[in-house]
Design a protein around this ligand. Sequence first.
Ligand SMILES: NC(=O)NCCC(=O)O
Length: 384
Amino acid sequence: MASPEFPSLERSLEEHLPPDELRNVRRILLGGEPRKLSLPAEALAAASELDFELAAFGFEAAEEQLRPARLVRVGLVQNRLPLPPCAPVAEQVGALHRRIEEMVAVAAQCGVNVVCFQEAWTMPFAFCTREKLPWTEFAESAEDGPTTRLCQRLARAHGLVVVSPILERDEAHGDVLWNTAVVVSSSGAVLGKSRKNHVPRVGDFNEATYYMEGTLGHPVFQTPFGRIAVNICYGRHHPLNWLLYSLNGAEIIFNPSATVGALSEALWPIEARNAAIANHCFTCAINRVGVERFPREFTSGDGKPAHRDFGYFYGSSYVSAPDGRRTPGLSRTRDGLLVAELDLNLCRQTGDIWNFKMTGRLGMYAEELTAAAQPDYRPHIVKE
Ligand SMILES: NC(=O)NCCC(=O)O
């Protein structure tokens, strides 16, 4: 279906700016001219055949004498729902599994080592409806549900790490639901899981109806390709959430998201990029694409007429580097795979220049935060 949406900031700049001006615009907007990676012809052909955008960029670091470059390729996948939310649950899940399987095969052809999908990728983002059935039927075990088993097969077949954000049903603990990212190692073993720490209560994002704030803290996963963490969607608005993953040693933080234009597009290019800068790490922001129309109307509790969709999920997935550079965003309208080659040596190199870890006053903040979290806290305001 053709979309009336604006397709891409990057494409618009390329089409309308003379080359010299474009270079300057990219220098200011992206932190430099992005280094394009060349990709195998069969991957480009497959992406075109399967109708998704395929883009690839590299972030180099300075050469060091004692450490070889630590190159890792990440793959960010954004996609529309192949079937509408009114289709039977099993058919929707099956169609999403097939779509992701074909996109991951192309990621593997591009040499991707760690692939991450969008938030709650196996389902429509139905939390706006506040209805339980059929949406809670999409929830599955993080340890051995059908989606985790698929990711294990993909990990083994292609030798890559898979970050799979799902709606988790924790059968061992009262059957409760969580918003969870499962991390599957390239060996096929489930390395662990990370849960969404901050649950939105904004606009139609009625997620608190379904699950609570995560209880697992800020785990970082040691993979053969570097230390990774997952800060799920709304967690990107919380600078301390990023900080805690970084304090636990994350070199790459994925931010699988589901967010719509009217609400957050002004924030989107800033938050993950700022987190990469502030924490001397790489960040990978991933968003859904398109409109998801639900079978029944719901209201937003704002006196406006009931409606059947959230608004427009604007894609625009991107990667940011610790030195402030970023890739262009993927399309706002199409499925896409963004491949980025990261030299993880850039994390320490940038830290040595800017020293945010060294100059950070964790002890001072810890004391003041502890005080501020007390019910009898009085803000430190100096008055005449
Ligand atoms: N999925 C989710 O947490 N969305 C909340 C809206 C936003 O953070 O932009």
